[in-house]
Design a protein around this ligand. Structure first.
Ligand code: BJW
Length: 234
């Protein structure tokens, strides 16, 4: 199985959460993404948080999948039973052609009403004011999982099942510090499953991974897949 994080989209120009100097938009450079991605921040300042997510949606919309996303989509065609679980909310795996993507932390393209829980595409929302108001008398917020919120039950169940039963676990472009996502690497290891980390920088998972590839995912993944499946990728 594959577990991806913000690093897989870094080469598409989308800021990661914990790399310094990546949130370099003049409006947002003074905010810590980790503080904005919290349910308390939304309750405290819904205008600020919805403006930030609206801006991030724009960045995701303008971005294009990179060779890392594309290599994963190709791998899914070669190995259809492989599970892809992502912490990303940007939809780039799907735009690269991946199917059945487990979105552990939701999706920024979909927003939900705080009053009725109704979900809608962001394209249907009028952002005349922030926070945007919903017809049910609530607020529209992104349908993502913030700190202090539960992850979708089905996404947890499916990821947990895959981590328990997979033959090989890839950790790609994640700092491996946010739980429960970070725990699936340990779960796979506890079953004796080999693990591979792809990340230019060290993480808490690095010292336990069987193989560490210190390269950007957009370089490492196409090479790895071409080497493993020369006939399917030539
Ligand atoms: C490259 C690269 C390139 C760069 N190629 N790589 C157990 C222990 C301790 C704490 C907890 C625990 N269980 C739960 C917690 C609390 C908390 C938590 O984990 N806290 C820790 C930070 C301490 N977890 C939660 O609150 C979760 N909910 C929960 O557990 O509910 C249960 C519960 C709730 C309430 C009461 C009781 C029980 C929810 C977590 C939600 C996380 N949400 C966010 C925002 C999503 C929306 C959005 O996108 O805005 O998810 S936060 C943010 O972090 C986002 C990411 O998905 C997530 C992970 O970040 P990621 O993807 O790893 O990115 P970075 O930036 O950290 O790392 C990028 C990496 O890429 C780096 O390593 C680079 O080197 C690398 N890289 N370029 C490859 N080219």
């Amino acid at each position: 199985m594959l577990m991806t994080g913000a690093g897989i989209s870094a080469e598409s120009g989308i800021s990661t959460f914990r790399d310094p100097n990546t949130n370099n938009h003049p409006l947002w450079s003074r905010y810590d993404p980790m503080e904005l991605a919290h349910i308390d921040a939304f309750h405290r300042d819904p205008e600020l948080v919805t403006r930030w997510y609206h801006w991030r949606f724009g960045a995701c919309k303008d971005a294009r999948p990179n060779p890392g996303h594309e290599a994963i989509a190709r791998l899914q065609q070669i190995l259809p039973a492989m599970t892809l679980s992502t912490q990303n909310v940007d939809g780039l795996h799907q735009r690269a052609g991946s199917t059945d993507v487990i979105e552990l932390h939701g999706c920024i393209l979909r927003w939900k009403c705080t009053q009725s829980d109704e979900r809608t595409s962001i394209e249907q929302i009028s952002f005349d004011s922030f926070p945007p108001r919903s017809p049910a008398g609530g607020l529209w917020r992104p349908d993502v999982v913030w700190f202090g919120e539960m992850l979708p039950e089905l996404a947890i169940e499916r990821t947990q099942a895959a981590a328990t039963s997979c033959d090989l676990f890839f950790s790609i472009g994640t700092s491996s510090v946010v739980y429960p996502a970070a725990g699936y690497f340990d779960l796979a290891r506890s079953q004796g499953t080999p693990t591979i980390e792809i990340n230019p920088d060290a993480t808490p998972a690095s010292e336990y991974a069987d193989v560490v590839i210190r390269s950007p995912a957009g370089e490492a993944l196409p090479e790895l897949i071409a080497a493993a499946f020369p006939e399917e990728t030539s």
